[in-house]
Ligand binder design. Structure first.
Ligand code: FRU
Length: 493
């Protein structure tokens, strides 16, 4: 084991002990200490789920990337494992960037990642070389391959860019290994390249899966590519997206491109949508569970709003709640994984509650809950102009979800959540207009809110760092409406 890895392993164990359990979310994975960004190597291995992550253990800001590591039996309760990789080789000395994992035929686990190496060119300019590298291990300890990197800039197709070439996602199919990798062309356009291998170590260029053609942002980061219900899905996270109306407001956002494969296995695009319409969601990866569900996890953070932080927390960054993804009418549907039900505690349910001004319902409160609200007009005609759910409320700090049935717009807002920074705190999303009917499911887990609208047609996620004692929940209408609410407290086991 290298000194760097050894040092990181010792450090994280000591530092973790200084973080009280209450200071982290109960169900969302946070870094063992320090900084976390993208999920990496999300995979099943020897009957358990493994989730690695972009990790800088020594500070709560981005630094030379390590791979943090955790495992879980149900995708919800995670157990930390020792940091898996440190940037300790010449070819990855400036970071072990994002990547993925699969199981080799001989039962070992293969990690594939991007090695970053900054080189001073003859001109004096510093250039960052990104190559694809592998490491092999037993689920805890990993050894980097002696012949790394396995894919260099020499193996790029014509027209590809030499510098932005990262985030391999690997899978096994018909006895071969495949990977897709993000790339940026010299004229700042994203594309996804596919490579193929017989053994996971020796790779050749296969094809270009898709080109952005200057539609969505520039570099396309963190691709994932998989079949779903007879369709083929490409997930990617473009950098520097330009907002269009209410779409693509996150700067660096996430796209789900739904398509199909033609007879030659080429990807034909059909539909494209944002994955998450909230503020904090990026770089998702998926796995297929044993019972055939496609489950996605993303980094629940936005690169541009990392300034919202708690100086008293020795960790920064968290994963989203894992989401089962399916298709309906060629659109993406997302729902919290059903394993959440195993964590249900007290249930509170109220039907046909008339809301006309402001209402707090007794016992509806908390920061660790799964709450579904069904709203409708009181008669045939639209009887309200606005519905608001206020949560994480202590009378001074609070956050909201609002619905405007005339416009068909849902808005999330954390500007009063306790943040002292003038950065993005609101996001709006256009939803299906159902004459005043809407279904809102809120998952609160201490420091976040994920909103699933109309059974997962749209999702809006945001981090809130409000004092944990702010537990109030209330409902308000302009006009009058009827509401059913069902809430479960979420309890750790
Ligand atoms: C996306 C990303 C990846 C890269 C990693 C570095 O958030 O920029 O493209 O591999 O983060 O930490």
């Amino acid at each position: 084991m290298s000194n760097k890895l050894d040092k990181a392993r010792e450090y994280e164990v000591k530092k973790e002990m200084t973080i009280p359990e209450q200071q982290r979310p109960a169900f969302h994975l946070t870094p063992r200490c320090g900084w976390m960004n993208d999920p990496n190597g999300f995979s099943s291995y020897k009957g358990e789920y493994h989730l690695f992550y972009q990790y800088y253990p020594y500070d709560t800001v981005w630094g030379p990337m390590h791979w943090g590591h955790a495992k879980s039996k149900d995708l919800i309760t995670w157990e930390y494992l020792p940091v898996a990789m440190a940037p300790d080789e010449e070819y990855d000395k400036d970071g072990c960037f994002s990547g993925s994992a699969t199981e080799l035929e001989d039962g070992r686990q293969l990690l594939i990642y991007t090695g970053v190496n900054k080189v001073e060119e003859e001109s004096g300019e510093i250039k960052e070389y990104q190559t694809q590298c592998v490491a092999v291990g037993d689920g805890v300890n990993y050894e980097k391959f002696g012949n790394n990197p396995v894919i260099t800039s020499e193996m790029l197709p014509e027209g590809a860019g030499k510098y932005d070439f990262r985030d391999p996602k690997v899978w096994r199919e018909n006895g071969r290994y495949y990977m897709v990798v993000g790339n940026k062309t010299p004229d700042r356009d994203g594309q996804i390249l596919q490579y193929v291998s017989d053994d996971g170590f020796k790779w050749t260029y296969d094809k270009t899966v898709i080109k952005n053609n200057h539609r969505f942002g520039a570099m396309w980061e963190c691709p994932d590519y998989f079949p779903l219900e007879g369709k083929q899905i490409l997930l990617t996270s473009p950098q520097d997206m330009l907002p269009e109306e209410l779409e693509f407001h996150n700067g660096n956002g996430t796209l789900c491109i739904i398509g199909s494969l033609d007879e030659n296995g080429n990807f034909c695009e059909e539909n494209c949508q944002a994955v998450d319409y909230g503020i904090d969601f990026y770089a998702p990866q998926t796995i297929l569970t044993k019972d055939g569900r496609r489950v996605m996890i993303g980094w629940m953070q936005n690169w541009d709003t990392c300034g919202i932080r708690r100086d008293d927390f020795p960790w920064f960054g968290q994963m989203s709640f894992p989401r089962e993804i399916t298709l309906h009418n060629n659109k993406l549907i997302q729902r919290p994984v059903r394993e959440i039900e195993n964590y249900y505690g007290k249930r509170i349910s109220r039907q046909n509650v008339l809301i006309s001004d402001s209402a707090s319902l007794s016992s509806i409160e908390g920061r660790c809950i799964d709450m579904t609200i069904n709203v409708r007009s009181t008669g045939e005609d639209l009887s309200y102009r606005k519905f608001e759910v206020r949560f994480a409320d202590n009378g001074k700090a609070y956050s909201t979800v609002e619905y405007d049935p005339e416009q068909g717009i849902v808005k999330i807002d954390r500007k009063h959540s306790g943040s002292r920074r003038a950065i993005v705190h609101q996001r709006r999303c256009r939803v299906a207009n159902n004459g005043g009917d809407i279904k809102l499911r809120l998952i609160l887990d201490r420091y976040s809110m994920e909103l699933f609208i109309n059974d997962g047609e749209q999702v809006m996620s945001m981090v809130i760092l409000t004092d944990i004692k702010a537990e109030g929940i209330s409902f308000k209408a302009t006009g009058e409406l009827l509401m059913d609410v069902e809430m479960y407290e979420l309890e750790r086991k």
